[in-house]
Write a protein that binds this ligand. Structure first.
Ligand code: MLT
Ligand code: MN
Ligand code: ZN
Length: 321
């Protein structure tokens, strides 16, 4: 194999940097989607939210399984089936799939991975329960796909030498459970810390090397700030630039907050929140198609970069060593 990893490095590949709907979204006429659809030179298309991580250069964990997973695997040679002489006619280097929430953009791709292929599927007990309640996910044959509970605040080896620790972050129930998961009618509670929305500390099991992946987060409480302070790398929720952006652009009635996402800009935003936390490398992921940072030449992109943030793109690879 060419993918050798003699050290304790972590390889991270952004499979999809977009939020739900991707860029361009199939039915959207916002400025970013129109530009992306016409192959404008200042905006890259982006598939839906997912990363792949490996600690041994051989086995991979896919974190969040988007409806675009088939294309994402095709686009990523290290996720292709390996040498048939050694690995047989059916093979994948994907050892496991881990979920950080139960939203459609993070679970629908599980249906694509249904071809009687062994892998481990890890999620919090509440998300596992939600998957079990929906019989369509039974296409993942239980004699091949092993579903495991991901505990909160405890480390688990999710692939050889790859360790993850889940922690609760402010969020909400998945959109399709709004109204049914909570007592009574009315809007769901936003910003609650439940097993429906987690962040992950992802590290090498042989060293202290680690990073944080938090693709959905409604607020930045002090305990979360303390957790990520001084980290080598953070991949964070970059869904919206401004809370009211979808309304202002005439594509929706919801604020970012109502969708469970804090905005990038503003006094309550993520740029301000992380400004003094000494995180060495900061990358926005899960970026909605309405977000002006997606234009390479926008003032918002310049602003984010001047605050030390990178804007993830599909295929972005980061080696932590
Ligand atoms: C979100 O991140 O807000 C969700 O992916 C929205 C959705 O389920 O479409
Ligand atoms: Mn999403
Ligand atoms: Zn759009």
């Amino acid at each position: 194999m060419t993918d050798q990893n003699p050290s304790d490095q972590l390889r991270i590949i952004v499979l999809g940097a977009g939020a739900g709907g991707g860029v361009p979204q199939w039915n959207c006429n916002c400025a970013v989607c129109v530009a992306a659809r016409s192959n404008a030179s200042n905006v890259l298309p982006r598939t839906q939210s997912s990363i792949a991580v490996s600690a041994d250069g051989e086995n991979w964990c896919v974190v969040n399984c988007s409806p675009d997973i088939r294309q994402q695997i095709l686009n990523t040679p290290c996720l292709h089936p390996r040498d048939p002489q050694t690995f047989g006619r059916r093979d994948t280097p994907i050892h496991s799939v881990v979920l950080t929430n139960g939203d459609v953009d993070h679970i629908a791709g599980l249906l694509i991975l249904r071809e009687k292929q062994p892998f481990r599927l890890l999620a919090t007990p509440d998300i596992q329960h939600m998957l079990r309640e929906n019989p369509i996910f039974d296409v993942l044959d239980p004699s091949y796909v092993v579903r495991e509970d991901l505990p909160i605040d405890a480390g688990v080896e999710v692939a050889p030498q790859l360790r993850m620790e889940a922690f609760l972050v402010p969020g909400k129930v998945p959109l399709f459970l709004e109204g049914s998961a909570q007592d009574g009618a009315g809007p769901p509670e936003i910003g609650i810390e439940t097993e429906y929305t987690i962040g992950l500390k992802i590290g090498h099991s042989r060293s202290a090397r680690h990073f944080f992946y938090i693709p959905g987060c409604a607020a930045l409480p002090n305990d979360l700030k303390a957790r990520v302070r001084g980290a080598a790398l953070l991949l964070f929720d970059g869904t919206v630039w401004e809370n009211e952006e979808m309304i202002a652009k005439g594509v929706g009635a919801k604020t970012g907050r109502r969708m469970g996402h804090m905005s990038i800009s503003g006094a309550e935003g993520s740029m301000a929140g992380f400004a003094s936390l000494d995180v060495r490398r900061k990358v926005f992921v899960h970026i909605n198609n309405t977000n002006p940072v997606l234009f390479d030449d926008s003032p918002e992109r310049g602003h984010a970069e001047s605050e030390g943030w990178e804007i993830a793109f599909d295929g972005m690879e980061i080696v932590l060593q």
